[in-house]
Design a protein around this ligand. Sequence first.
Ligand SMILES: [Zn+2]
Ligand SMILES: [Zn+2]
Length: 269
Amino acid sequence: MQAYLCETCGVQFSLTSAPPEHCPICQDERQYVNWGGQAWTTLDDLRKRHTNTIKLAEPDLWEISTEPGFAIGQRALLVKTSRGNLLWDCTCLLDQGIVKTIQEMGGLFALAISHPHFYSTMVEWSHAFGGIPIYLHSADAKWVMRPDPSIKFWSGNTLPLADGLTLIQVGGHFEGSTVLHWAAGADGQGALLTGDMPQVVSDRQYVSFMRSYPNLIPLSARSVQAVVDNLQGVNYARLYGGWSGRVVQKDAQMAVTRSAERYINAIEK
Ligand SMILES: [Zn+2]
Ligand SMILES: [Zn+2]
């Protein structure tokens, strides 16, 4: 029995004796099936070809990336709080080196994940740290390919996880798309950790709001406005996207406002 990972989205499935026939996440219009046909790998195989690196992004925030990149190539972020360390989003690769490093930093108290494209090997990560909870928004429950008792579905608009650490459902890309607000980030001005809703674009002065990034499916003006409305009253100066280097370093709240205005103008005129 193996818990196979989809090569294209990196999501791990429940234990089976043969690879699953399809990956529902890649078959969805927001993703795409491998051009050479559905392909699978395993965590053991990934460990032979890739390693995880960890580096400081700012005080009390570390970035974990996989080299060379795999599947969607996202990073995870480790946030240090008074309650302990939280892993925001997740990498597909989990290796002994990263487990040891994080244990030396005090371990993890929980994982929280922005949306199904980053579900990756979340269950393996939870088990490696003693079965810690994985917080996922219940609106996306049907996209979980490896159910496990460690998964804690939450509902509603916000969920406080620790002092100054709050999950906020923004919707848009997925109904349950979630961001993490870290009040102590950016020297106490606040930071928003977003995954891909909103998505930091290449100039890193703006963000964007798409139903699908690989297939370039836009969101409606109403959906974009709803994302902005769901962030009303949340204070932050910096915004961390889901990939290495994708950061709006300052005035991020204004960047989100002007990006939404530009986007809505573009699709309504
Ligand atoms: Zn897939
Ligand atoms: Zn996505």
